[in-house]
Design a protein around this ligand. Sequence first.
Ligand code: FES
Ligand code: FES
Length: 210
Amino acid sequence: MAEDRNRVSRRDVLRGAGAAAFLGSIAPALQAQAKAKVAKGIARGGPGAVEVGFTINGERRKLSIEPRVTLLDALRDRLELTGTKRVCDRGSCGACTVWVDGKTCNACMMLAIDAQGAVVTTIEGLANGDRLHPIQDAFIREDALQCGFCTPGMIMSCAALHERKLRENMDSSAAPYRLSLEEVKEAISGNLCRCGTYTHIFSACLGVGR
Ligand code: FES
Ligand code: FES
């Protein structure tokens, strides 16, 4: 699929940026990738604004953005979806976790042009109308947040795990699924909580689905 070919993974960026990415901002590496895409004609136009269309939280949106703009910046600065947090801006904390075509993704590590045609879900799109996602309810019930900066990303990672389990459960028509602590730890292994709320997050995630 063309969108997949164009998508920048964290590994691609780190490979391209080398050790320098760990020492400074990741932004130059993403900008270099954007320039390369423009040069190869993958991103038409540029370095000025180009048209990008995607589905955000069930709504088709079109933006005119420069190829260097990350998905995180497009969400926060252009679409006013500020629930997705910018903390490290270099792929190491998970605060900016969103779903792209159903898979978790660090929005600070993806160019918005690579989301062309994708279905993006942010924390604002997780609830079903007034009904919170079960993971959101569980975070409230278990008091699984302190400052809240990591919380949207944590919830997106935990909810992705639950959605996957639900799908597997439907496929196998097995009994209600149970998560193991190891599965929860793996699901949030890319999300950091500086307040150390992990035990409450584990309880919230483990308590859903039983
Ligand atoms: S802000 Fe994206 S991983 Fe930290
Ligand atoms: S609740 Fe403060 S960083 Fe997690």
